[in-house]
Design a protein around this ligand. Structure first.
Ligand code: PMM
Length: 285
């Protein structure tokens, strides 16, 4: 398989949450057959990899134990691997990552950037796999109170730099690392917009950057009805495609989205007007 970290085309990661309580697709894919069918559909729609998660990270969410997380993701990963679908495992736990990698996942997507589990760097180093380090300040239960910054972009940049340095010190190779500003994680709407607008300051860290705005609350607030009611998550896909496209045009390495088809269409328009052509999943396999 192509080394996606070095991709010279925008990488599209499709979201597959096997959870009862994720904010957008929670409860939709708890049935194994439905989850697998959805993962295959996202791949067919053009996702270069499917991001499988078994623990909700929505603000305020309570944690589940590792055994529950593994029981949710493992059958899905095994089935998608058998179907030839490339996957990342969305987890903050080393034991879950290790199990998922052994079952066929090839990338670790760690929303805690290695902070939640001190053993994660060992798992990633030994596997030699890519590792998404997201900016994170604490588990979902307390993340709203942690959204305090002097300058959100400078602070996120400095804290990501620390996570990168810690990963390198633990023996993870620099060319395995991908950074992510962590939109919505201890960030309010204004923080998210500042990060979206000032991406070049994060890109300046010299690492591939994953932009994961899909269906997030701040888009719902942007598109709120006249009475202030936020637009529901499933109706935020056009805004997601727009912000994803702007991020990729600014230099983001890839995007993490629920609506793969809409994103791929938006990227195709950009390619037709001079942007890099989106490599099809067959070409990138
Ligand atoms: N957001 C969610 C889950 N996983 N992973 C990365 N790297 N970046 C994110 O911003 C991110 C993530 C929460 O959204 P979901 O409930 O739609 O999965």
């Amino acid at each position: 398989m192509t080394d996606l970290v070095r991709a010279d085309f925008p990488v599209v990661m499709g979201v597959l949450n096997v959870t009862p309580d994720s904010f957008s697709d929670g409860g939709r894919y708890t049935d194994l057959d439905q989850a697998v069918a959805h993962g295959i559909r996202l791949h067919t729609d053009g996702a270069h990899l499917i991001d499988v998660g078994g623990e909700s990270t929505r603000p305020g969410a309570e944690r589940v134990d590792a055994a529950t997380e593994i029981a949710r993701v493992l059958p899905v990963i095994r089935a998608l691997a058998a179907a030839g679908v490339p996957m990342s495992i969305d987890t903050t736990r080393a034991a879950v990552a290790e199990t998922a990698l052994a079952a066929g996942a090839t990338i670790v997507n760690d929303v805690s950037g290695g902070l939640a589990d001190p053993d994660m760097s060992r798992v990633v180093r030994d596997a030699g796999c890519p590792w998404v380090l997201m900016h994170w300040r604490g588990h979902s239960r307390r993340m709203t109170e942690l959204a305090v910054y002097d300058d959100v972009v400078a602070d996120v940049r400095a804290e990501l730099r620390q996570r990168v340095d810690a990963a390198l010190a633990a023996g993870v190779a620099a060319d395995r690392l991908i950074i992510d500003p962590g939109l919505g994680f201890a960030k309010n709407a204004d923080h998210n917009w500042q990060l979206s607008t000032r991406l070049p300051e994060l890109l300046d860290l010299g690492l591939p950057l994953l932009f994961a705005a899909s269906r997030k609350n701040y888009l719902g607030r942007l598109l709120a009805a006249g009475d202030g009611t936020p637009r529901p998550p499933a109706e935020r896909d056009v805004a997601t495609a727009a912000t994803s496209l702007l991020a990729v045009a600014a230099g983001a390495w890839g995007v993490r989205v629920h609506d793969v088809r809409g994103t791929v269409d938006a990227l195709a328009v950009w390619a037709a007007t001079g942007g890099p052509r989106l490599r099809s999943r067959e070409e990138s396999a």
